[in-house]
Ligand binder design. Sequence first.
Ligand code: GUN
Length: 299
Amino acid sequence: MAATILDGKAFAAKVRGQVATHVAALKAGHGIVPGLAVVLVGTDPASQVYVKNKGIQTIEAGMASHEHKLDAATPEAEILALVARLNADPAVHGILVQLPLPAHVDAAKVINTIDPAKDVDGFHISNVGLLGTGQKALVPCTPLGCLMMLRDHHGDLSGMEAVVLGRSNIVGKPMAQLLLGESCTVTIAHSRTRDLGAVCRRADILVAAVGRPEMVRGDWIKPGATVIDVGINRVAHPEDATRTRLVGDCHTQSCAEVAGAITPVPGGVGPMTIACLLANTLTACCRAHGLAEPDGLAV
Ligand code: GUN
């Protein structure tokens, strides 16, 4: 393997450390404790794991964690009323409603009920619009984490050719906006793009976020490119049918033979998402109180 492995686990620990230092200073200097409220509706196992990890890391960073676990059958009106209460609660600086929501709930309506100043997921249409117009926003956590890793590795990204594979609202679209904000030349490619391989081979920066296990192989990579693999796919273990393993959207080994740098799966982008959630909560708290924001943790 020729590529530098970009260690997201270590980088996320560093970001969490920066957040914790700033939180301690907020407490000592102003008596303010940033608070993050997480709303989980139902018992989706993956969501339960995420929410548990979020709670643990929120407390480790010195913040207050407010968890609201609701039955899967909770009426939409009750969820909207809870969001309204959290909007009005001065101890809550960030609100995250875990997705997916049950089918009877209009997820867009719930998200757009969150106060945009507390929307630490960056999914509210106000934050989407602010990001799209280059204004100060709360930015979705996973693309923010990818950008932090890219800035850390490259410094200035301007003029680089970036290809984002995937057009989701959570990763692909905001990632493309962030890269545009860094003055990259940005292409969004997706399942209907003709000759995906040729498009990917143009990329100095390739961000893969399509949810297709190991779809990107080494022959799609421009020599020396930086590959950010956002995929987290659970697949059958090749040697043991009773086990599974995690793979990304990129075939790490063949891509690493060509790339200059690559994020592994697991241990690449994954740990950055919660680190950026904590960073966004801290940013929202500082903005709510008119205090200086920590450097490098927001855009
Ligand atoms: N479900 C999977 N990822 C996310 C995320 O980043 N935010 C929310 N709210 N739900 C999710």
